[in-house]
Design a protein around this ligand. Structure first.
Ligand SMILES: [Zn+2]
Ligand SMILES: [Zn+2]
Length: 243
């Protein structure tokens, strides 16, 4: 299967494309986003890495590309190493540098029944799946700015799902890329590296964030009312468990 055939692409708006891997099990089928900027292109998250995302994107030769990983879980970093300028939160810098199973959680994929509906190439098997290390070239912190010309994204540190989970917010347009901090689908807070108390604080923050549209790490995009609803639902589910 060619690199282009492996990924599904959907143009969400002018200059914004969502990509995903339709043949990967739904638990691991994450969103990748390609934003065409004036001065640089921005790529957010990197799938499983079975085929080359970099080649599938067709970015003009010589144009700078900023590759931002929202966190170091397997379904978001497979093709991260293919990019030259790699940005991620400092709290997961070691995870990106080594891609150890304990950080990427790759064993969950290797043992997932029906992990791949189709194999990308003969001999590709989930059981032997590994991720190439991708050391960060720039470490990010809360409030850092990523500027691609005309559009600027503010880095939001949104831990809980993982220690270095980040979101990117275009405050002017209200466009929010949330990674796995919040998305349309079952949120995950019970894996190694998750912290429910910290996640609750992130959800409190998301409850009051002013955004127009959220593009999550999984599932479809949604508007502000749904963002509030998802954050509220998470907080309610945790307070019910406590009482
Ligand atoms: Zn994750
Ligand atoms: Zn994910």
């Amino acid at each position: 299967m060619s690199d282009t055939d492996w990924f599904s692409k959907e143009m969400l708006s002018e200059g914004l494309t969502r990509l995903y891997e339709p043949h990967v099990h739904s638990f691991f089928r994450a969103n990748m986003f390609h934003i065409v900027g004036r001065d640089a292109d921005l790529v957010i998250d990197f799938g499983m890495g079975f085929c080359s995302l970099e080649r599938a994107l067709n970015i003009p030769a010589g144009k700078p590309v900023l590759a931002v990983a929202t966190h170091a879980h397997i379904d978001h970093v497979g093709s991260f190493h293919e990019f030259e300028n790699r940005l991620g939160h400092e709290a997961e810098a070691a995870a990106f540098a080594h891609m150890h199973d304990a950080d990427t959680l790759a064993p969950y994929f290797r043992t997932q029944p029906g992990a791949l509906a189709q194999v990308p190439s003969p001999g590709a098997r989930p059981e032997t799946y590994t991720i190439s290390p991708a050391p960060l070239t720039t470490t990010l912190r809360e409030n850092d700015i990523i500027d691609i010309g005309e559009v600027r994204y503010t880095v939001l540190h949104l831990p809980g799902h993982s220690p270095g989970s980040i979101g990117l917010l275009d405050e002017k347009a209200g466009t929010f890329f949330s990674g796995d901090a919040i998305y349309e689908g079952k949120l995950v807070d019970d894996l190694p590296g998750c912290d429910i108390e910290i996640y609750k604080a992130t959800m409190e923050r998301l409850l009051h964030l002013e955004v127009h549209v959220t593009h999550g790490g999984h599932g479809v995009s949604f508007g502000e009312p749904r963002l509030r609803e998802l954050a509220q639902a998470y907080l309610c589910s945790k307070s019910t468990q406590e009482s």
